[in-house]
Design a protein around this ligand. Structure first.
Ligand code: GLN
Length: 484
């Protein structure tokens, strides 16, 4: 058995039966990283020695009969999630040597379940991007085609899962950053409801949109990780104090009679024909499983991209003010305090981050605020209402995750607007705060994965996972692997 191929649930079973050991499993994954990461470049930091120490500890605990869901299981974490004692760079020069003195809530919860940290995965700097090309530390490649990008901003996490360089990973999603790379790399990615998973220790990009979620090899593993990372946290006032169901409990239930909304605005000209065909076939598959497709409308979809890129940049301009060379991170000395600020930020931030700080500062400026920021907030309310209305008559909504399969590296780097437009199908969901998953639903003629997005009502990840699982179990798409 190639141990690195395992997912969380399979590994758990084999570990508990004593068929494999945490050390063997961790070594297999580290060897895999050694063998393929030179090509894929998923990781910014590989925590090899630390992982082996953790594995040795896990081995003892397991022998002593300790029961923890992730005991001995190697997972990767996106490099904008703070891990105490392990560098967390956000793929930015400004945090190149930042070692967090505290643990994020999500990784603390994983620790409490005994996970092993393989390392920190690459992203677009501060999670701003759709291709991982905005990383200060090099390109991650799409494991299905090295000429192409893995998506972004959690491109490192998605590529690591696809290339079997970890059993699963965490990412973050502000406008699609879990679901879009999951779609491009042929893995499962879930963005939880806003407030479901605590953001404490997630380096802030746009605080009213950011959510942490799992990238996994299958839907069951997604539910397993959601059970661990979800739930209220006193350190995050936006985390919701609502009950967390057992997300695995609905898996395997049939979807007969479920109403699945199909929004007209997501099946339009400009969407790649092979993507459309795969998604339509997926909807037929769900129908054959007893689900009932219902045509719906999300009429304000066309305003989502503009709304998002005003709100997200506004929030970013405020959040990134903290990188001033004083408290932590890079410092470039200057003639006086202001000069030091300017030199530090000039040297520390990449072009896209600067672009967003400028855009956001502009939208928030006196005289422009009403025309941009306030207007965008009003548009956001209309988008929220679109979803509320749609969910009066359906249980979940299905769409393509992305309008095209993974694009070529360099294809959109000179044209930020084209890059922004590629997020069109994921962004509304963040604005609405709803949960959504991307699951593999086909391959194009040149063997690139296509993703199906399933969107749910607020805090109804359970229906999203149930629907995704039913679809996954009725298809073979999740079993395909890239040849490396
Ligand atoms: N691609 C979007 C952006 O550039 C979303 C990024 C994200 O979700 N972090 O902002």
């Amino acid at each position: 058995m190639e141990l690195y191929r395992l997912g969380i649930d399979e590994a758990r079973t084999a570990l508990d039966k004593g068929e494999i050991s945490p050390v063997d499993l961790t070594k297999a994954v580290l060897d895999r990283i050694e063998a393929v990461d030179e090509k894929v470049r998923s990781y910014v930091t590989v925590a090899g020695e630390r992982a082996l120490r953790q594995a040795a500890d896990a081995e003892i605990l397991l022998k002593e009969g300790k029961k923890q869901t992730l005991l001995g299981i190697p997972l990767a974490i996106k490099d904008n999630i703070c891990t105490k004692g392990v560098k967390t760079t956000c793929s930015s020069k400004i945090l190149e040597n930042f070692v967090p003195p505290y643990e994020s809530t999500v990784t603390k919860r994983l620790n409490d379940q005994g996970y092993i940290l393989t390392g920190k995965t690459n992203l677009d700097e501060f999670a701003m991007g759709s291709s991982t090309e905005n990383s200060a530390f090099g390109l991650t490649k799409n494991p299905w085609d090295f000429e192409r990008i893995p998506g972004g901003s959690s491109g490192g996490s998605a590529a690591a899962v696809a290339a079997d360089e970890c059993m699963a990973a965490l990412g973050s999603d502000t406008g699609g950053s879990i679901r879009q790379p999951a779609a491009f790399c042929g893995v499962v990615g879930l963005k939880p409801t806003y407030g479901r998973v605590p953001r404490y220790g997630l380096v802030a990009f746009a605080s009213s949109l950011d959510q942490i979620g799992p990238l996994t090899k299958n839907v069951k593993d997604s539910a397993v990780l959601m059970n661990i990372i979800s739930g209220h946290d006193i350190y995050d006032s936006t985390s919701a104090d609502v009950p967390v169901p057992d997300f695995t409990s609905l898996l395997g239930q049939d979807i007969k009679g479920m109403k699945i909304g199909v929004p007209a605005e997501y099946f339009i000209e400009g969407v790649d024909s092979e993507v459309q065909a795969s998604v339509k076939e997926a909807i037929q598959k769900m129908e054959s499983l007893g689900a009932v497709p219902v045509e719906i409308s999300l009429p304000h979809t066309e305003y989502a991209t503009a709304t998002y890129y005003i709100l997200a940049t506004s929030e970013a301009s405020s959040n990134l003010a903290r990188y001033d060379g004083v408290k932590y991170g890079l410092r470039v000395e200057g003639d006086d305090l202001i000069d030091m600020y300017m030199k530090t930020r000039e040297a520390g931030f990449g072009a896209e981050v600067k672009r967003r700080i400028i855009l956001g500062t502009y939208s928030l400026s006196s005289g422009y605020y009403d025309a941009y920021y306030k207007k965008a907030q009003q548009a956001r309310t209309l988008i929220v209402q679109d979803f509320e209305k749609a969910f009066e008559s359906v249980d979940v909504i299905v769409t393509p995750t992305t309008p095209t399969p993974a694009f070529r590296a360099g294809e959109k780097t000179d044209d930020p607007l084209q890059m922004y437009l590629s997020d069109i199908f994921t962004i509304s969901v963040n604005l609405a705060g709803a949960p959504a998953i991307s699951v593999p639903c086909g391959y194009t003629s040149n063997n690139l994965p296509v993703g199906l997005q399933i969107i749910g009502k607020h805090f109804d990840e359970a229906s999203v996972l149930k629907t995704a699982y039913a679809f996954e179990q009725a298809t073979e798409w999740h079993k395909r692997k890239p040849e490396l």
